[in-house]
Design a protein around this ligand. Structure first.
Ligand code: AMP
Ligand code: MG
Length: 520
């Protein structure tokens, strides 16, 4: 292999002294060395050409059998030692204690073009952190992570990446709906890539155990390797560090709101310290615009992680991180100020984001109101978010009357857009048109700018499910088609027009298309 591997994380940080894979509490250590499970018949299904280049693999590397073996845990590269990271987390609002990489195994870091990347296998077997589960992943959840993380990247949303998708050749038992009907499914492994897989929970675990010495070691490591512009460790720079994590988290969530992505499990163990979208589980994409929607059946009752609550949860999670960092800072005020700043930052960034979706660039006092009223009428009947905003780009100034016509394909039940609701739409388009008089761009220029923030193609829940259904039968054409399509989500791509459509009716209540559980 021509890649330049390193063991930066494991060489710098304290390790668990035990070497066996038994489930246990691991203290005073950031990770445990582990051995991936040998897959019985590993086969690569897909590789990301982008990530191949990013990591510096040659074409020869990729076609070698060894490439498949490494990315499925069948062999390990010379001079590398796989490991699982120790972390804790707040799950659904409650402290859950030690969690850790229960089904993720980090292989090594790769240095290429002066960037450092960690390569991690998801689904490569048990670790000390697997608790009562098997450390494995199935094909359906692996396809979802593989496609979505790359799609998010191309949408311009900060995210971990995916390098490859492989079958292990083993069968994995899963009770998909938690209803007492487990079935065997194909085992799979996604090789994920990120500058770091550290999470809020990586710091929380040491604070919870009052192990302030390891906490400091890990924070200093994080700053030195991932926030090195902040300089040498000190109280001030811990505060600066928290401030930057806050900013990045906020930015990421505003992007989610922009494209209609719902993470589904925003527990603190799923919050990257780098502000990247991480751990694609029961995530989903808004079809009908709906602040109350969550794809996660496990969260059906309280909908803690619903679309409209994501910004609030980001803040709640940052409070947990602030508590974890407190022992190193010992002052609440600067932390509170930063958290206050998140609230005002959200108001500002959210407004700017929504304005950009509407093609509004100048300042106007009534913008907030115009947006709120749009949201109100969008919620009045089921309206496809992606189709609505993309088509709004076709609006021409001084043509308020054509507004409804331009967006009507976005309505799931067109008949409902009559009477009072139709009137509200007409009123809104009239105000929108008046507001556009304050803008200097031509219709064409405005549309072109809107098209850079309003994607034409997102990974609708049913699209991923169709690719999964085919892949279960050994056909990966659709997987590849979606992979290619989602590389250019803002482009027209006429040959893929069929994916610029509302969710079909059959998908409304189908498992995988509207309901997803954590069990994957
Ligand atoms: P998640 O909510 O998927 O991010 O997972 C929460 C915790 O459960 C993490 O510590 C995961 O590593 C662990 N986990 C999830 N699925 C499995 C599995 N199949 N085997 C072992 N651990 C798992
Ligand atoms: Mg997780």
């Amino acid at each position: 292999m021509e890649i330049n591997t390193k063991n930066i994380f494991t060489e710098a940080l304290p390790s668990d002294s035990k070497m066996e894979n038994s489930r246990r509490q691991v203290t005073h250590a950031c990770f445990s060395y582990v051995t991936p499970k040998k897959p019985s018949n590993p086969k690569l299904i897909h590789v990301s050409d982008d990530m191949i280049k990013t990591l510096g693999f040659s074409d020869k590397d990729v076609s070698a059998q060894k490439f498949t073996e490494i990315l499925t845990g069948a062999t390990t590269l010379k001079n590398t030692k796989p490991y699982a990271m120790c972390y804790g987390g707040h799950q659904f609002g409650h402290w859950a204690g030690q969690l850790g990489d229960g089904r993720a195994i980090n292989l090594f870091e790769v240095v290429h073009n002066e960037k450092v990347w960690t390569v991690q296998l998801k689904g490569a077997g048990e670790t000390p952190y697997s608790r009562n589960a098997d450390g494995l992943a199935v094909l359906r959840s692996s396809i979802r992570e593989y496609l979505c993380s790359e799609a998010m990247y191309h949408l311009g949303v900060p995210t971990t990446r995916a390098l490859s998708l492989a079958l292990t050749g083993d069968q994995v038992l899963r009770d998909m709906l938690y209803d007492g009907h487990p079935e065997y499914e194909k085992g799979a492994i996604v090789a994920r890539v990120s500058p770091s897989f550290l999470r809020f929970g990586s710091y929380e675990i040491f604070a919870a155990r009052q192990d302030h010495s390891t906490l400091k070691t890990l924070v200093d490591y994080t700053i030195a390797h991932h926030f090195s512009h902040l300089g040498k460790p000190s109280k001030e720079n811990y505060i600066q560090f928290f401030s930057e994590v806050t900013e990045r988290t906020l930015k990421m969530i505003v992007h989610w709101q922009r494209v209609g992505f719902v993470h589904g499990v925003m527990n603190t163990d799923n919050m990257s310290i780098l502000g990247l979208t991480i751990d694609y589980g029961p995530y989903g994409w808004l079809e009908g615009f709906d602040f109350g929607w969550t794809p996660n059946t496990t969260d059906k009752e309280h909908k803690r992680y619903r679309y409209g609550n994501q910004p609030q949860i980001g803040l709640w999670n940052l409070y947990q991180l602030a508590n974890a960092l407190y022992p190193l800072i010992e002052e609440t005020e600067p932390l509170e100020q930063i958290l206050e700043g998140y609230k005002t930052g959200f108001e500002e960034q959210s407004l700017a984001m929504m304005k950009s979706k509407l093609g509004l660039h100048n300042k106007h006092t009534a913008d907030q109101r115009l947006i709120q009223d749009l949201e109100k009428v969008l919620l009045a009947t089921e309206t496809d978010m992606t189709l609505f905003f993309r088509n709004l780009g076709h609006f021409k100034k001084r043509n308020a009357k054509t507004g409804l016509e331009i967006v009507k394909v976005a309505f799931y039940v067109p008949n409902e857009v009559s009477g009072q609701i139709a009137q509200e739409w007409r009123d809104w388009f009239k105000r929108y048109d008046d507001r556009l008089q304050n803008e200097s761009l031509t219709d064409k220029q405005r549309q072109s700018k809107m098209n850079q923030v309003n994607p034409k193609f997102v990974l609708r829940n049913y699209m991923a499910q169709l690719a999964i259904d085919d892949a279960e039968q050994g056909n990966y054409d659709l997987l590849n088609e979606l992979f290619q399509l989602l590389k250019r989500p803002y482009s027209e791509q006429p040959k893929y027009e069929k994916w610029f459509k509302k969710r079909p009716d059959w998908a409304r209540h189908k498992v995988g298309c509207s309901m997803l559980s954590c069990s994957s």
